[in-house]
Design a protein around this ligand. Structure first.
Ligand SMILES: [Zn+2]
Ligand SMILES: [Zn+2]
Length: 214
């Protein structure tokens, strides 16, 4: 495949940030720049990325804290990244400072306006397409991103290796997350590699067989 995918955890909570780069054109999508902006920027520079989209699986603070730095860096390099969030999570983004307080962190203000994205929307980079799957439950606007041709799913905090996202924070809904996982994720090809918002990678068939929450 001529996509280079780099996924790595970023502080403060080990959110998985992913950089998806088309090797031919350099066009890139950044998923969940959750913190450590300078580290993400250094990687984008090193790889010669041209960022077309910065997209978010949801608006918990640990998935958005690096957005401002990364977006501004791209603009300083004459790139015009399209910054996106599902509208169901705009309320969480507006209360970013309060969210930091829940975890005892110093307040952070929303620092970047995010445009909406919708279920089944496709983001193109190089010759590739990443498809939005709206998978509410962890938060109302939680989304997963499917790179169908490569058999890769970015599942955010909806599905983890051996776990599912918590639903006890504002806007969380247990029956919704179960429906999202069963109807939108477990129906994907069983060999699909799952890159969750935290922790180890997994595969759809492993979660079907082994995940004690499903
Ligand atoms: Zn998270
Ligand atoms: Zn979360």
């Amino acid at each position: 495949m001529n996509i280079e995918i780099t996924s790595f955890p970023v502080a403060p909570l080990g959110c998985t940030c992913s950089i998806l780069k088309d090797k031919i054109t350099g066009e890139t999508i950044v998923v969940d720049p959750g913190g450590e902006g300078p580290k993400i920027i250094a990687l984008l520079e090193e790889k010669g990325c041209r960022v077309r989209y910065i997209i978010h699986t949801h608006a918990h603070f640990d998935h958005v804290l690096g957005t401002h730095d990364v977006a501004n860096h791209c603009r300083s390099r004459n790139q015009t990244p399209d910054v996106r969030l599902h509208p169901g999570d705009q309320f969480l983004y507006k209360m970013l400072a309060k969210q930091c307080g829940w975890f005892g962190l110093p307040p952070a203000q929303p620092i970047e306006v995010m445009a909406d994205m919708s279920d089944n929307e496709e983001f193109s980079f190089g010759g590739h397409k990443l498809t939005v799957l709206h998978t509410p439950g962890h938060t109302p606007g939680s989304c997963s991103f499917h790179l169908a041709n490569e058999g890769i799913l970015f599942s955010g905090d909806t599905l983890f290796a051996g776990g599912i996202g918590r639903t006890d924070l504002p806007g969380g809904d247990y029956s919704q997350i179960m429906t999202s996982i069963k109807e939108r994720l477990l129906t994907l090809d069983e060999g699909t590699t799952v890159i969750p918002g935290h922790g180890d990678f997994t595969r759809i068939f492993e979660e079907k067989q082994l995940n004690p929450f499903l």
